[in-house]
Design a protein around this ligand. Structure first.
Ligand code: NAP
Length: 300
């Protein structure tokens, strides 16, 4: 298929572009700088320089493509994660960018839009499994994702929304910080230790993007097979780092940070059953235990 990717030069794109090329697709991707264009070319894609917010330029760029995959986001760094201001750009990319992408894809006669979203928009479900029909929540960090999903859903009958778990793996900035903390004997527990965290290695997120090209239209969770409790997640990180944790935290204290951290402090035991059965996709790393071991080995 001829596939156009926006946001293909980021963390997930670094895996998704090569995976799409490897699967035999002809890939075009948006590049914002000559350096990023060169990187895309080296990965076997054709780079195009166009604004994410310019509908007519996007329409021209999308012409002749069968699928548009929108992976564009501008999440703040971990250091600025708690700043409301730092999220404004992300919201613009998610809200206005996804609207322009969908309008341009419609105008260019593209057959399908695949939109990246997050599984952190579900309500806290305790130890219960979360599927695509579980209730969602609207707190500040998710508003851009809700807008992007709504834009994808107005594309028509062929949109696919992928609600990813917490990304990790080489190339995901925050995950390299998590590992560095584990190497300093810090066990990172975000929220109560018994609550669940659903994650996805970037390589598995990328293979899900490839699988989404042929998925029935709809919304899917893309997480690994075994969400871990925060306690077990910290243990997986420590095992990957080869260090025993001397301190664990912030635990429940993270709840005091409120809305800005709620995506990570709530309990989300998300199921990938719908995506697995619709596409035959399965993650290479069934849980963060195996994924963190591979990540630590790759980064050392
Ligand atoms: N909850 C979480 O999962 C979480 C939490 C904290 C941090 N993070 C971090 O967020 C990242 C998630 O991966 P990601 O691939 O979604 O994000 P990313 O690595 O930040 O990539 C975002 C993509 O969108 C593009 N983009 C951003 N603004 C754009 C604009 N105005 N116009 C056109 N394109 C634009 C970027 O282009 P350029 O390459 O040109 O910039 C890039 O291709 C990881 O690095 C992770 O460490 C995630």
């Amino acid at each position: 298929m001829r596939v156009f990717v926006t946001g293909g030069t980021g963390a997930i794109g670094g895996y998704a572009i090569p995976a799409l090329v490897e699967a035999g697709h002809a890939v075009t991707a948006l590049a914002r700088t000559p350096q990023k264009a060169a990187a895309l070319t080296a990965q076997g894609a054709t780079a195009v320089s166009v604004s994410l917010f310019d509908r007519s330029a996007l329409t021209a760029a999308f012409a002749g493509h069968e699928v548009v995959v929108n992976l564009a986001s501008a999440l703040p760094s971990t250091a600025r994660f708690l700043s409301g201001k730092a999220w404004r750009n992300n919201n613009r990319v998610r809200e206005e960018g996804s609207a322009a992408v969908v309008d341009a894809a419609s105008a260019a006669g593209v057959g399908r839009v695949v939109q990246e979203s997050v599984s952190m928009l579900y309500r806290d479900q305790g130890a219960n499994w979360v599927d695509e029909d579980s209730p969602v929540d609207r707190y500040p960090n998710t508003l851009g994702n809700h807008a992007a999903e709504a834009n994808a859903n107005r594309f028509g009958g062929t949109a696919v929304v992928l609600r990813f778990g917490l990304f990790y793996g080489p190339g995901a900035a925050h995950s390299e910080q998590f590992l560095a903390q584990a190497r300093h004997h810090i066990g990172l527990v975000l929220g109560p230790a018994g609550t669940y965290l659903s994650s996805i290695h970037l390589a598995d997120a990328a293979s899900a993007v490839v699988a989404a090209l042929a998925a029935p239209a709809g919304t899917y969770n893309v997480v690994d097979d075994e969400p871990l409790s925060k306690r077990d997640y910290a243990a997986a990180l420590s095992a990957a780092a080869g260090k025993t944790p001397w301190v664990r935290g912030p635990g429940r204290a993270a709840l005091l940070l409120g809305d800005r951290l709620t995506s990570l402090t709530r309990s989300l035991r998300v199921s990938n059953a719908k995506f697995r059965s619709a596409t035959g996709w399965s993650p290479r790393y069934p849980s963060a235990r195996e994924g963190w071991l591979a990540t630590a080995a790759a980064l050392s």
